[in-house]
Design a protein around this ligand. Sequence first.
Ligand SMILES: NC(=O)c1ccc[n+]([C@@H]2O[C@H](COP(=O)([O-])OP(=O)(O)OC[C@H]3O[C@@H](n4cnc5c(N)ncnc54)[C@H](OP(=O)(O)O)[C@@H]3O)[C@@H](O)[C@H]2O)c1
Length: 257
Amino acid sequence: MTSRIALVTGASAGLGVEFAKLLAKDGHNLVLVARSQDRLQRLADELQQQHGVRAQVFARDLSQPGAAPALVEALDQAGLTIDILINNAGFGFSGKYHENPAEQEFALLQVNVVALAQLTRLLLPGMVARGWGRVLNVASTAAFQPGPHMAGYFASKAYVLSLSEALAYELKDTGVSVTVLCPGPTQTEFTERAGIRESLLFKLSAQSAEKVAAIGYQAMLKGETVVISGLHNWALAQTIRFAPRGVARALASWLVK
Ligand SMILES: NC(=O)c1ccc[n+]([C@@H]2O[C@H](COP(=O)([O-])OP(=O)(O)OC[C@H]3O[C@@H](n4cnc5c(N)ncnc54)[C@H](OP(=O)(O)O)[C@@H]3O)[C@@H](O)[C@H]2O)c1
């Protein structure tokens, strides 16, 4: 496979680390983005040593307005042309929307929605002009229904799913594909950060980050549009589509509480 430059957001933990490993194994050079500079640098060193690729660290807080456009500017200045974009950074937290800290809800929107939308919008034109590109956006099975007690998070993932599907259609025949990965519960730092480790959702089943990332990565390489990791997650997402909206809302609330 031709060596490309791949940008992975949220590459300091969980799924992001696994995506970076898969890309490096395939010989792609890397741009690793997250806030934790030390963790990114350790991963970059490890991947450079193991796979002989170039891995560069751009420590950025994507919750800051303007962080994503500034990152693209820095990439331009460094002469880095991104052909593979993995919009993976994201977080969630539980609680009632009107009681949660407002700044936390706004930061979630900024990371899960705005930064993803900006990186996609700013990097796609180059890919289209060059006639090749791969975008992998990480949504969630949360994208398929509203989620009381994690309202902002579920809504952010619905945006990611909708945008990605529409872009995949718009970009047909351009050589650029957009894939959206919808994981169900996955063993990463997400649950701890979200404060939902004890939720029924995560007690019932959680897939390994390695497995989920591999499913998303393969789908991205093939240019598939929507991929739900795990048969049980796929079945739940299909069931929800035909359930009355009130039932879907109640089910989601029960699972995350
Ligand atoms: N784990 C699950 O059960 C699950 C299920 C469905 C979907 N997802 C989605 O999968 C994606 C990856 O999450 P994960 O499960 O791998 O969680 P994770 O282990 O907590 O990793 C999240 C990554 O996002 C980065 N990040 C968070 N806030 C950021 C910010 N303000 N600026 C830059 N980077 C930031 C974190 O890095 P720093 O802290 O170093 O900034 C970290 O690298 C997310 O979009 C999540 O919504 C997860």
